[in-house]
Write a protein that binds this ligand. Structure first.
Ligand SMILES: Cc1ncc(COP(=O)(O)O)c(C=O)c1O
Length: 411
């Protein structure tokens, strides 16, 4: 019997289905944006949270050794990363963690690098904290993207970059970086004393034939990057636990840990709530079978959507999905048609700079009735022809999305 249970989350105060009006024109769209899942968490998580709720006392909580042990074992077993208990720190999310790290790794006005298109809170973290954003875009290949090492090193030197926020696996382009790719980029950082924040929140969502390599294990010798590297991860994506706000910061370097601790003491956020610790521990201890079924469902959704789009819309470009449950689709080849559709309804000048940006929104929302993440969010107008679709939902929703995109573009 399937362990994966789809939930209709409408009217549950969730961001994905009930928060559509904030970012889109209407609230009745098929929600394929926010990166969480429409599946119930594994039974072990609900059970252990229910036991705690049943207990009925919610006083101050001490995270037990079992929480740390469960994570350490998961990293060792599935990622070959031997994390020491004393390296582990808490953050209420990976996003807060990299916002704090940016402040610790670069001074005001100093440069922090990203590789666009990339998860947009990276850019906000740099800008909101008064650091200088430097972009070294990924290079487009036939089937996806790769890093531009020469440009990266030149940028580091030219801009005097102090820190780099690395997305591994990469949201939104779905790359699972290979060991030699990670090594090349981290060697450059090491050579120029650039700190690396390695955001590995998608570490477990890996398609068959690929393997996630923790940045910390990519070096020639063990611990090669320990003095420049902080790794961020969580059970959030793997087990659909965003609401419990529990993420893990791994800091192998003692001196940097002391700086983190001082910072965390200063804002008095050194630990999280009981629900987070209980849920994450349960998931890591008992959730693997559920997770494996989930992975199969995501891969199936990806193959289905990709083959439908490619069969019916031969000029669509889908980046190979190696990891994450986020599919990056380039509709640029259809942009004239998309702009013409929008221009037919609105008085739009198709030659206007942002016409593609506006037109794709009109297309997705009005013609398809779908809320997707827009390419522009990840790096500006250059990605206006792209959309990011969340595959962590039931097959029926994926089928509806395929039908709507195909019939809107063919009409
Ligand atoms: C690369 C990346 N980092 C972080 C997050 C969110 O992290 P958190 O919810 O732990 O703040 C996401 C969610 O989509 C993500 O894709």
């Amino acid at each position: 019997m399937s362990m994966l249970k789809y939930v209709d989350r409408k009217n549950t105060d969730c961001a994905k289905w009930d928060g559509l009006e904030k970012s889109f024109s209407r609230g009745d769209l098929l929600a394929m944006w926010v990166a969480d899942m429409d599946f119930k968490v594994p039974e072990c998580v609900s059970r252990r949270l229910s036991e705690y709720i049943e207990l009925g006392t919610f006083g101050y909580y001490n995270p037990p050794d079992g929480y740390y042990d469960a994570f350490i074992e998961w990293e060792r077993k599935y990622h070959g990363y031997d994390v020491k208990r004393e390296w582990m720190r808490f953050a209420p999310g990976v996003v807060p963690a990299f916002n704090w790290l940016v402040q610790l790794m670069a001074g005001e006005g100093e440069a922090v690098a990203v590789m666009q298109p990339v998860y947009y809170p990276f850019m906000k973290a740099v800008e909101n904290n008064g650091r200088r954003l430097v972009n070294c875009p990924l290079l487009r290949t036939e089937r996806g993207y790769e890093m531009d090492y020469e440009a990266f090193e030149e940028t580091i030197i030219r801009e005097d970059v102090k820190a780099f926020i690395f997305c591994s696996p990469h949201n939104p382009v779905g790359r699972v970086w290979k060991k030699d790719e990670i090594r090349r980029v981290l060697d450059i950082c090491k050579k120029h004393n650039v700190y690396v924040i390695s955001d590995e929140i998608h570490q477990d969502i890996i398609m068959s034939g690929h393997k996630h390599i923790p940045s910390a294990t990519a070096g020639e010798e063990a611990g090669a990057y320990d003095d420049i590297l902080v790794t961020l991860t969580a059970a959030t994506k793997t087990f659909n636990l965003a609401a419990v706000q529990n993420s893990i910061v791994i800091i192998p370097d003692k001196a940097f840990r002391e700086r983190w601790d001082k910072f965390a003491e200063g804002i008095r956020i050194t630990g999280g709530n009981a629900f987070g610790y209980i849920a994450v521990r349960a998931a890591y201890e008992e959730g693997r079978p559920w997770f494996e079924e989930l992975l199969g469902a995501i891969e199936g959704n990806y193959k289905y959507l990709r083959s439908r789009l490619e069969a019916e819309l031969p000029d669509v470009r889908v980046a190979d999905l190696e990891g994450t449950y986020l599919m990056w689709i380039d509709l640029s080849a259809y942009m004239d048609r998309i702009i013409a559709m929008a221009a037919g309804k609105y008085t739009m000048d198709p030659s206007a700079y942002d016409s593609a940006v506006t037109a794709i929104q009109h297309f997705m929302e009005d013609e398809c009735g779908i809320a997707a993440d827009y390419g522009t969010w990840f790096g500006g107008a250059e990605y206006a022809g792209c959309i990011r679709i969340n595959l962590a939902t039931c097959r029926e929703n994926i089928e509806i999305a395929a039908d709507r995109i195909i019939s809107a573009l063919k009409s």
